[in-house]
Design a protein around this ligand. Structure first.
Ligand code: FAD
Length: 508
């Protein structure tokens, strides 16, 4: 997704004084129409584009770590030396500029080409072909990272959806609200995949895997051989099993096609019921309010998000939705859905001409299970993201990996984790032996409020709130067994980045 960059600060082509950039300091200015971030680290001075290539976040408000800068919005990371996107969710580089020192003045006048020219990996060490099952966040990251790392062999990525890999988190947010254009949704244009020689087999699902014969068979009976196989089949939404759950105005939301259908229905609908007070359910509620529908959220919980975020953030998020006119029916569940209403177990009825169900997801592990891979609430992988058979890898929502931070084997459903796992798995396919040790990160957006969350706290002993949720400036720390298990922030992006870094470095 892109946005107009507001230029601020000095015109760097006219130069700034070295004294404006103290050791460790940074300045955001511009060169022509481009915002540029200048950073000084010791004797070195770097200049790169100042807008994150993910959603346009301001890198000047991010965190500089060694020779990289992390975006405050969704924690993408760029090399200050080259502008390269070194960690998801950014996939494309920012520009890199030469810094000229003339006396005590610094000038940023020229862009430099720093695209890494990595040698193509040699055929005898790298597997060929690599077949990727699933063309979502994780699968896409595997494919493009393989090429970035110089892999020269064949890459085939298979997915049942007809669309190019796309920005799934947007489906419940700006895209559904009507404020993000359809052209922002694909992660890359088709030419990108052609240029990168990534073969897309779209509109085709894999039906079975033969581990000993090293083949996959598609639903249309085509068979493809692989030397390495990456499973990235994501998760599927849980369906309701109540009368009326399959009526035409009742929808799940996982795919771009689902979001398009809900948007079409929302044009005529007046009253929506969202079943489930999960992140997706609440984001859908916010987006449908943005389209002017009356929205009622029905969920068995005492408060929205309470089980994952605790009472403080749960009450906060409820308040945000109350302010926007969302009605909550909590402590109850739908018992039946008719053409015009949702009947609740509490005996109440809520009128509805559109129902969106967001009651959780299950990892899509049927393929892996049928193939005989180890599956236990997800495909079990080791620290390198290898599944239990040679040459097979699993990444994204389906992967359950040994998380060094919590000391537990975990599986999460986060966009950035899926992409980072794809990036790590790609490097490991090329023999790098890189442990997947990223601290989990996700964000959720409700109207103009975004919650950023780092770490993983399935449970906690204590929650500490610093700042004020009422004033929308807070850091919420989840502590477990004396350590910081997770940190959620509201409009405190720096602290979120710092918490991520501290967890990476093993601070408690
Ligand atoms: P996916 O992106 O789901 O991709 C899996 C792909 O595999 C799909 O294209 C699927 O069709 C394909 N596939 C399935 N079966 C087969 C088969 N048999 N053969 C071939 N292909 C197959 N996370 C966040 O961190 N922040 C957010 O704000 C956020 N918002 C979200 C909003 C919505 C509406 C949804 C649905 C999810 C959201 N998520 C968010 C979660 C995030 O999108 C997922 O964690 C992420 O997409 C997981 O990536 P993945 O590659 O594992 O799975």
């Amino acid at each position: 997704m892109s946005g107009e960059t507001q230029l601020s600060g000095p015109d760097l082509s006219q130069g700034i004084s070295l004294s404006d950039l103290p050791e460790g300091g940074q300045v955001v200015g511009h060169n022509g129409s481009e915002a540029v971030l200048v950073v000084r680290r010791g004797e070195e001075i770097f200049a790169i584009g100042a807008s994150c290539t993910h959603y346009g976040g301001p890198l000047g408000e991010g965190l500089v770590v060694d020779d990289t800068v992390r975006c405050p919005w969704h924690h993408a990371c760029f090399s200050l030396r080259t502008g390269e996107a070194v960690r998801a969710p950014a996939l494309n580089p920012v520009a890199c500029f030469r810094v000229d020192r003339e006396g005590d003045r610094l000038f940023v006048r020229h862009k430099v080409d720093t695209a890494p020219h990595r040698p193509a990996s040699r055929g005898e060490t790298a597997p060929d072909p690599v077949v990727i099952v699933g063309a979502g966040a994780a699968g896409n990251a595997v494919a493009e990272t393989l090429r970035k790392e110089g892999y020269g062999g064949r890459i085939v990525m298979i997915g049942p959806e007809p669309d190019l890999p796309y920005d799934r988190p947007n489906l419940s947010k700006d895209y559904l609200a009507g404020t993000a254009q359809e052209e922002w949704i694909p992660l890359h244009p088709r030419e990108f995949y052609d240029e990168q020689r990534i073969e897309l087999v779209l509109g085709a699902a894999v039906k079975s895997i033969d581990l000993s014969g090293k083949t996959v068979t598609l639903e249309d009976s085509r068979t493809l051989g692989w030397d390495a196989l990456v499973l990235a089949t994501g998760a599927e939404p849980v369906r309701l099993s109540i009368p009326g759950a399959d009526l035409p105005h009742v929808h799940l939301l996982r795919s771009l096609a689902d979001s398009r259908t809900i948007i079409e229905k929302a044009k005529e609908a007046k009253r929506a019921v969202v079943v489930g007070a999960s992140f997706i359910g609440l984001e859908v509620a916010a987006s449908l309010r943005g389209r002017g529908l009356a929205v009622t959220v029905v969920a068995p919980d005492e408060r929205p998000l309470g089980r994952v975020m605790g009472p403080e953030l749960g009450d906060f998020i409820r308040g945000v939705h109350d302010e926007h006119g969302v009605v909550f029916k909590l402590g109850t569940k739908p018992a039946a859905i008719t053409d015009t209403e949702v009947r609740l177990e509490s005996g109440e009825t809520v009128p509805a001409d559109l129902v969106v169900v967001g009651v959780g997801v299950r990892p899509r592990v049927a393929l892996a299970e049928a193939a005989g891979l180890a599956v236990d609430n997800g495909v079990v992988v080791d620290e390198l993201l290898r599944a239990s058979a040679p040459g097979v890898w699993a990444v994204g929502d389906i992967a359950r990996w040994p998380d060094p931070h919590s000391g537990e084997r975990i599986r999460v459903e986060h966009w950035v984790v899926a992409e980072r796992q794809g990036q790590t798995a790609a490097r490991n396919l090329l023999g790098r032996g890189e442990r997947f040790d990223a601290v989990p990160f996700f964000w959720s957006q409700h109207y103009d409020v975004s919650i950023n969350y780092v770490g993983h706290a399935a449970k906690w002993d204590a929650i500490e709130v610093s700042g004020s949720l009422a004033e929308r400036s807070a850091v919420v720390t989840f502590r477990s067994g004396g350590r910081t298990a997770a940190v959620a922030t509201v409009f405190r992006d720096q602290e979120s980045l710092e918490a991520e870094l501290a967890m990476e470095r093993g601070a408690t």
